[in-house]
Each structure stands twice: as structure tokens, then as C-alpha cells.
Ligand binder design. Structure first.
Ligand code: CA
Ligand code: CA
Length: 285
């Protein structure tokens, strides 16, 4: 009101032609105007501060609310994490227990397998031993009559008397044997070690020249042969019976010559009831 009053006064004075300076514009009135401005400024500052305080309070409240909400969420998250961790721990523990159990079973199976392997190796060793033992045991239960020599499962008799080839074959037959038939190199080797004079063997081509036959029917063509070099030569067209030289090789010789001979027959088994230590004919053994 003071300001407007001073303004009106100024206009009245101006209309009145009073060109003098308004009273309120005079320096003596200046402090009064400054106080008003200061009050207004102070008021504005107060309102501004008040507004700022309110704003800060609101912001603080909002922040507090957000913080509380976040803390709640963090608590829930923490609880969830703890629960997940607990479940994971339980799962891991369960899996570890299962793995431990499986490992124990596998270890037991490996131990059992090792034991079985050991037993199998022992069985194989025993079987191998039996494989070498059985032939020896088998041979041990076979025997030959007195004055007969056993080789493998056969019996051999080396005559001390002399006879032609036919007489020699009949002599062997009387002992249920035949003139020796040489089936393999082993048998040939055994005979070489045993004889020291020429002897008849069970080979002849009397029926047909050149058609050599073994007395027991063994196939001549597919059998081993140990003829002396150049034999059989059917010398003088008169050699139809086979003999073994003292050194082992074979020769064809006139069948009527008298010389020693070799008989052969199977060995007898002592475990067969039908054959009592070769007291019965060897054909029944
Ligand atoms: Ca033989
Ligand atoms: Ca000859």
C-alpha cells in the first residue's frame, strides 16, 4: 500500500506540475524499501528451503521404502539361495553316496574277477599238467608180455632164431602179432636203436611184382618209406620180401632166405577187464 500510495503521490505531484522528487524516492526512504525486499527474499528463501526440506524428506522416504523393499527381496533371495544351496548340497551328497556305493560294488566285482582269474589260471596250469601227464599215465597202464619191448602203445619182439619170411610171419601170428609194420619215423627210429642185424619186416610184393603191401593192410603208397638207395631192385627178379638192414634202411630180399625178424602187436591195457595183462589175445585188448 505504501508503494502504491507513493506512486499515486508521485502522479498527483506530476499532474500538479510539481517536478520535485517523490518523498519515498528520496534517499532517506531507501532503508525502508530494502527491508521489504529483504523480507520478501527471506520469505522466498524460507519457502525454498522448506520446499527443499519437503522434497528431501519425500526422497528420503522413497529411498527408505525402496531400501526396505530391496532388503526384503534380498532376504527372500538369500533364503531362496540358502534353500537352493541346501538342495544342491543334498543332491551332491546323495550322488556322492551313490557313486561311493557303485565304486564299492565295482571294487568287489574286480576283486571277484581277480579271484576267478587266479582260479582259472590255476585250472589252466593243472589242465596243462594233466595234458602232459595223461599220455604218460595212459602209457603206464599199457604193458607188454615178457620178452616183448614196449614202445608207445605197441609191443615188439626181436627173434633170436632164423626163419624165412613166411615162417617168420607165421611165428608172429602164433603170438597174435604180425611182422612189424613201420608207420612213422618215430617207430623207425626206435627200431634202428634196437636192432643190430638185418631182420624181416612185414612188407612184400609176392602177390604182384612192384605192388608192395604191408601185412596188416596199412596203405603202402601213403605211408612213410625208408628204402635203401636203389632199393627195392628185385635183384635177379627174385626179391619179393622186405627186410631192414642193421643200420635201418630197407631192402627187398628173396623170401626164402633165413634170417631174424621183428614181430609187432598192440600193448595191453591193465584197466580193461577183458584183457588180463595180455594173457588174452591182443586183438581183444
Ligand atoms: Ca607199426
Ligand atoms: Ca633188393
Amino acid at each position: 500500500m505504501g508503494i502504491y500510495a507513493n506512486t499515486n503521490a508521485f502522479h498527483i505531484d506530476e499532474q500538479n506540475g510539481d517536478k520535485s522528487e517523490p518523498e519515498d524516492l528520496k534517499p532517506e526512504h531507501w532503508p525502508r524499501r530494502t527491508d521489504t525486499t529483504r523480507r520478501n527474499l527471506s520469505l522466498k528463501i524460507t519457502f525454498a528451503l522448506l520446499g527443499i526440506c519437503i522434497l528431501v524428506s519425500i526422497l528420503s522416504l522413497v529411498l527408505a521404502v525402496i531400501l526396505v523393499v530391496q532388503m526384503g527381496e534380498m532376504k527372500r533371495s538369500d533364503a531362496d539361495l540358502r534353500m537352493d544351496l541346501s538342495q544342491w548340497k543334498n543332491n551332491v551328497t546323495g550322488n556322492v553316496e551313490k557313486a561311493t556305493s557303485s565304486l564299492t560294488e565295482v571294487q568287489a566285482e574286480i576283486a571277484l574277477l581277480g579271484e576267478l582269474t587266479g582260479n582259472l589260471e590255476k585250472a589252466i596250469a593243472q589242465l596243462s599238467k594233466l595234458q602232459t601227464e595223461i599220455p604218460r599215465q595212459r602209457e603206464s597202464v599199457y604193458s607188454c608180455p615178457e620178452e616183448w619191448t614196449k614202445f608207445k602203445l605197441r609191443c615188439y619182439n626181436f627173434s633170436s632164431s632164423l626163419a624165412n619170411w613166411g615162417e617168420a610171419q607165421r611165428s608172429c601170428a602164433s603170438a597174435d602179432a604180425h611182422l612189424v609194420v613201420i608207420n612213422n619215423a618215430e617207430e623207425q627210429g626206435f627200431l634202428i636203436k634196437t636192432i643190430n642185424v638185418r631182420r624181416w619186416i612185414g612188407l612184400s610184393d609176392s602177390a604182384s611184382e612192384g605192388d608192395w603191401r604191408w601185412v596188416d593192410g596199412t596203405d603202402y603208397n601213403s605211408s612213410v618209406k625208408f628204402w635203401y638207395e636203389g632199393e627195392p631192385n628185385n635183384s635177379n627178379n627174385a626179391e619179393h620180401c622186405g627186410e631192414m638192414f642193421a643200420e635201418g634202411r630197407w631192402n627187398d630180399e628173396p623170401c626164402g632166405n633165413k634170417q631174424k625178424w621183428i614181430c609187432e602187436k598192440p600193448a595191453c591195457s591193465s584197466i580193461r577187464s577183458s584183457c588180463k595183462m595180455c594173457n588174452e589175445p591182443a586183438s581183444q585188448c
